[in-house]
Structure formats: structure tokens, C-alpha cells
Design a protein around this ligand. Structure first.
Ligand code: MN
Length: 496
């Protein structure tokens, strides 16, 4: 797998007490571990070895360098020997990149017949890392702790999961979301404080009149449209009648105009609203689907939080098997023997989650009163997945994640949209009860590539509250967690 240009810096703490010879050994052991992590398939970014840290000045300087480096997504710290943690206070206080504490040891096994005091003095992570852990806890640093030998697959995989979250957190720092039109019809959950979102999550949300997008669409040439329509015919199942229809030509025109607009403004996520289509002939369906497949985040009806979340999920999922899409809990099957949720949207479901080749069709929309929009229709392959929702609680953002299984769906010949049928964990009754108590939205990011662990790591890095609804969820416990979290977020500003 090709590694992303993004870097994680591997830093090892020690001190001068041990003498030159030991420090040389610490240096070469650390280099070997950093090198192994750099080569690991499950870690999608480069892991860069940094020289062993033995003074407070060196520690502070590397933390400041990490903050200033556009490529550095975070630090992996390890205390091969004992590194008195007062040395770390200044640096860790300044560090504003994610931190992973890798509690490992160079040797896997104790060399029983040869172990002596030199060996004991060299291999001290068992206590050196506790000293480091203390100061992180004392500073209330929201870091990830991974325990295990550096060749242990589970430990390396856990670092890989965190690395993906760090990539998304780095991406979020410069994430610009374009909103075409405002929030739709007084919907509450799709709103939120955009200033808070920028302060806490770095998301920049820019509003545009739909007319600005219509202008970009109006500039697209017929030749550009013809080229793209031909591409549609190559990529999807589509009848010649559909491909020749004015609706498809219009959809292609919207796609090109939209892509040009987003590229010009450096946007990586966007929203639309079917309430406001001034100057556009049809609701952008196919365009949204295809842009999402390219990695753009999307939220319908002005939902900028979900647009940003879908973008972050797309960054985390890069190169993994399984797709990621904007989603909505649309309707239920409440048969007690087969309770399930049907997820879909009016048009905008990402074809990366399609099982097989999508079909390109044109149908009336039913609501909105505009021309018939083009859309890709498909089913989703079965298996494990998650949905995630970002809501604004006034004093904080809350990320709610529900694990689930996508299941087979009976034929629905009259349903002209892409859809997913799933059973949420632990079951629909408990999951929906929990989701509603937590204030989770109808709009979500859906992924078959990511796990709850990716989302938990991402939440921790961005100071976001994390609520997990999985097979262990119990309503009474969840209600307590929500109440306690309210207190925690109210009080934690003064804890340090
Ligand atoms: Mn919606």
C-alpha cells in the first residue's frame, strides 16, 4: 500500500543519567521500532524516527515543531527508559497535535538465563511509561494508550486506527465546507453554532447563494457535458434513452459546475437544500453521489455538520475495503421477528457502498416541484457497518455512533433510490431508544470501512463527546452517562 505523505513522529523519552552507551542503544532500539511501524501495512502514513529526548528543551522544541509542521499528524511517544516527567510538562502543554502513548518494550521476552542489572536499566518502559502516563493524566491530555509488543499485530493495528483518525483531524484543520443555500425549513438538528465548530473542530463553513452555483453551472460547455455523459455510460448501467435524455445532460452540467466551484474555493465538503434551487433545473443528485465517491463530504438540507463528518470519515477510510456515505434513517420494518431500518436519502447516497454496478435512472422527485433528477440506484453489500452523527449540545459537540449489520433486502422494484437495510446493535428497539435519548440526528455518516474505534479516536482528538451504542448498550446506563457527561463538560474547563 502506498503511504500517505502525512507523518507521525516517533519520540522516545530518556535522560542523561544512563550514560552514552545506554542512550546509543535506546536510540537504535527506537529506530528499529519506528522503522517497523513505518513499514506496517495497517498504518497508512509514514512513521518518522526522531532522536531520543533527554532534556526539557529538546522535548519542548519537538512539540513546537510538531505543531508547526503541516505534514505532522501527531506524536507517538514511548519511554524506553525512565524519563522524569517534569521535563515533559512544558512541551505537552504546548502540543496541539494528537498524542499516542505506545507502552511497549524492545524485547518481547525476558531473557531468563541472561538477565542482569544492565538489562534491567535499559528496559524500563514498565515503570518509565507509568511516569509519563501520570503527567499526561495530570495535564488531562486526551491521548490514546496502546499496550503491547511492537510486533504484536493487535497493538500495531490499534496504532493504525488512531493514525487514520489523526489524518482526519489534520484534514479538519483546513476543512472548508461550502453551503449552497441555508438550512432547510427550521430544522434544528442540522443547525448548530458555526463559530463553536470552527473554534473546537476547525471546520470553516462558508455560505453561498444557490445563484452562485447556478452561475458556475451556466458556464459549462455542451462539449464538456457530452464527454461526461459518455463517461456515465461507461461506468453505470444506463439505457440509451436515459443517456440521451435532457435530464442526464443537465445532471452532467450541474456536476461539472459544482466540481469547478468546489475546486476553485478549496472546499472538501458541501451541502445543498432542495427547498432552494434558484437557477438550478433539478436537485443535484447524481452530481452529489459522484462527488462523494471522489472523497467530498456531503450533508443534505444545509447540514454542514454531517457534511464535515462525512468528509472526515472519508479521510479515515482512505484505502480501506468498504465504502462511506451520507445516510438517513428513512423508514422501519417493525415486524417483531425482523426489525430493521431502511437507510436512504432522496437521491444522495454514495456509490462507494454499492454492491455491483449502479444503475443510472431519471425519476420525478415527489417533493420540491423541480425537473426530474438523475440518480444512481443500487443495493449495499451485507456485513458490519457503523453510522455516526455529530450534534451540537450548546457547550460541546457530541458524536454518537451505532454499530450495525447490513442485511439482505427483499426486492423493492418501485423504490427509485439507493438504499441500505440494517439491524442496529444491540437491536432496533434499544438502539433507537438510545439514539433518541442521546439526541442523535436523522442524518448520519455511514461506513462499512470504519469501526467505532476510529470514531472514538477522532472524537478524543477533537475534544468531542463520544457516545457509543453497540451490542453492550443498556438504556439505564446510557441515561446516566448522558447526565454525567453534562456535568463533566460543564466542569472540565476548570479541572487543570
Ligand atoms: Mn434529509
Amino acid at each position: 500500500m502506498k503511504k500517505d505523505s502525512i507523518e507521525l513522529w516517533f519520540v522516545t523519552g530518556s535522560q542523561h543519567l544512563y550514560g552514552e552507551k545506554t542512550l546509543k542503544q535506546v536510540n537504535s532500539d527506537s529506530k528499529a521500532i519506528a522503522g517497523a511501524l513505518d513499514k506496517a501495512e495497517s498504518i497508512p502514513v509514514k512513521v518518522i524516527f526522531r532522536p531520543v529526548l533527554t532534556t526539557a528543551d529538546a522535548i519542548t522544541s519537538i512539540c513546537v515543531d510538531a505543531n508547526n509542521s503541516p505534514e505532522c499528524a501527531g506524536l507517538i511517544a514511548w519511554m524506553h527508559t525512565f524519563s522524569p516527567a517534569k521535563m515533559w510538562i512544558s512541551g505537552l502543554k504546548k502540543l496541539n497535535k494528537p498524542l499516542l502513548h505506545f507502552h511497549t518494550q524492545y524485547n518481547r521476552d525476558i531473557p531468563w538465563s541472561e538477565i542482569d542489572m544492565d538489562f534491567m536499566n535499559l528496559n524500563q518502559a514498565a515503570h518509565g511509561d507509568r511516569e509519563f502516563g501520570y503527567i499526561c493524566s495530570r495535564l488531562r491530555l486526551d491521548r490514546k494508550v496502546v499496550v503491547g509488543h511492537w510486533q504484536d499485530k493487535d497493538a500495531v493495528n490499534a496504532i493504525g486506527v488512531w493514525a487514520r483518525a489523526a489524518m482526519a483531524a489534520l484534514d479538519a484543520r483546513s476543512l472548508k465546507v461550502a453551503r449552497f443555500g441555508d438550512n432547510m425549513r427550521d430544522v434544528a438538528v442540522t443547525e448548530g453554532n458555526k463559530v463553536s465548530a470552527q473554534i473546537r473542530l476547525d471546520y470553516q463553513v462558508h455560505g453561498y447563494g444557490v445563484g452562485d452555483l447556478a452561475n458556475a453551472v451556466g458556464k459549462v460547455s455542451d462539449k464538456q457535458v457530452a464527454v461526461l455523459v459518455k463517461q456515465y455510460g461507461d461506468e453505470y448501467k444506463a439505457s440509451t434513452k436515459v443517456l440521451a435524455s435532457p435530464s442526464i445532460k443537465e445532471a452532467a452540467r450541474i456536476e461539472i459546475g459544482m466540481r469547478t466551484f468546489l475546486e476553485k474555493g478549496g472546499f472538501k465538503a458541501f451541502t445543498t437544500t432542495f427547498e432552494d434551487l434558484h437557477g438550478l433545473a433539478q436537485l443535484p443528485g447524481l452530481a452529489v453521489q459522484r462527488l462523494m465517491a471522489e472523497g467530498y463530504g456531503f450533508g443534505a438540507e444545509g447540514d454542514w455538520k454531517t457534511a464535515a463528518l462525512v468528509r472526515s470519515m472519508k479521510v479515515m477510510a482512505r484505502g480501506l475495503k468498504g465504502g462511506t456515505s451520507f445516510m438517513e434513517d428513512y423508514t422501519y420494518n417493525l415486524d417483531p421477528k425482523n426489525m430493521a431500518a431502511l437507510g436512504a436519502h432522496m437521491l444522495e447516497v454514495c456509490p462507494t457502498i454499492a454492491a455491483g454496478k449502479p444503475t443510472l435512472e431519471v425519476h420525478p422527485l415527489g417533493i420540491g416541484g423541480k425537473a426530474d433528477p438523475a440518480r444512481l440506484i443500487f443495493r449495499t453489500s451485507t456485513g458490519k457497518a457503523i453510522v455516526a452523527s455529530m450534534v451540537e449540545m450548546g457547550d460541546r459537540f457530541r458524536l454518537i455512533v451505532n454499530t450495525m449489520k447490513v442485511i439482505d433486502c427483499p426486492p423493492m422494484p418501485r423504490l427509485p433510490v439507493a438504499s441500505v437495510l440494517w439491524k442496529p446493535d444491540p437491536d432496533l428497539k434499544v438502539a433507537a431508544t438510545a439514539w433518541i435519548y442521546a439526541g442523535g440526528a436523522h442524518h448520519t455518516g455511514f461506513s462499512q470501512a470504519l469501526t467505532a474505534e476510529h470514531m472514538a479516536d477522532f472524537a478524543a482528538m477533537t475534544g468531542t463527546e463520544f457516545i457509543l451504542i453497540n451490542e453492550k448498550c443498556q438504556i439505564e446506563e446510557l441515561k446516566k452517562e448522558l447526565r454525567w457527561n453534562d456535568l463533566y463538560y460543564h466542569l472540565n474547563k476548570g479541572l487543570c
